[in-house]
Design a protein around this ligand. Structure first.
Ligand code: NAD
Length: 244
């Protein structure tokens, strides 16, 4: 049985902090960044500074976002997202910290009280000038109708409510994530290459504070040597099996 220690911990009623990355959503059909053939190899990301200063960068940014949206809009939560929602229903989820912007944890039933979206969400669009929020689907309709770079009625640039390269993570969200990492007894990282900082510091923080650390990721990560339990299988299958 690959689930080993994790299944035992869950069976014993252990409270967990779960940290997820793009790898938990690949079984829902959303590609990750760093798997071979992932988006990284095909897309040169636009930084927030480029977005703010260059027409060409804004156009390239929205062209990519327009192409990437249908996969997110049509994706359904998979067994992994559902298992984490079930963990919460059982009262065993201290916090769910995610790097993902796809909103699938919420669709699976995870509650906003336990969820920390470190990199924001693709499902909402904000105006960089007046901070008005709008639904991503409406903006997609405008893009499909030919708008290259959507603007707010106030004249400001619209951008999904995600953290772009060069942009800082929301300080309050990050602080709460570190508090959970520091105070938890068990920390499980799922589907993350654990190379993006500061998020990748979270498992290290948990370990330093004495927590059990589990890493469930198809490929090796730089933090594997710290882990008490490692599993290199598919996240959805392993999580649902571990819940029994
Ligand atoms: P990553 O792409 O760096 O790493 C994903 C890891 O998941 C890889 O190491 C891969 O081996 C593993 N993986 C893939 N499918 C798996 C599966 N079925 N079971 C177990 N492991 C699996 O992802 P990251 O660490 O989250 O960093 C990527 C960044 O890009 C994040 O900051 C995130 O915001 C963003 N991103 C988000 C999404 C999304 O919201 N779904 C998708 C792509 C990228």
């Amino acid at each position: 049985m690959v689930t080993g220690d994790l299944a035992q911990l869950i069976g014993a009623g252990q409270l967990l902090v779960v940290f997820t990355g793009a790898g938990i959503s690949t079984e829902s059909g959303i590609p990750d960044f760093r798997s071979p053939g992932g988006r990284w190899s095909r897309y040169q990301p636009v930084t927030i500074q480029e977005f703010l200063t260059s027409d060409d960068a804004r156009r390239r940014y929205w062209e990519y976002k327009r192409a990437a949206w249908p996969a997110i809009a049509t994706a359904q939560p998979n067994a992994g997202h559902r298992a984490i929602a079930e963990l919460e229903r059982r009262g065993q989820l201290q916090a769910l910290i995610t790097q993902n912007i796809d909103g699938l944890h919420t669709l699976a039933g995870s509650s906003p009280e336990r969820l920390l979206e470190l990199h924001g969400t693709e499902r909402t669009v904000t105006c960089l000038t007046c901070a008005a929020r709008s639904d991503r689907t409406e903006v997609q309709t405008r893009l499909d109708a030919g708008e290259a770079v959507p603007q707010c009625p106030c004249g400001g640039w619209l951008k999904p409510a995600t953290v772009s390269f060069g942009q800082s993570l929301a300080a309050d969200v990050l602080e709460r994530a570190f508090q959970h990492a520091q105070s938890c007894a068990a920390f499980l990282a799922v589907g993350s290459s654990l190379v993006v900082t500061p998020a990748a510091y979270l498992p290290q923080q948990a370990k330093r504070s004495g927590a059990w650390l589990g890493i469930l990721n198809r490929e090796p990560t730089p933090l594997d040597s710290l882990a008490d339990w490692i599993c290199r299988e598919r996240a959805g299958e392993v999580l649902s099996e571990a819940l029994g």
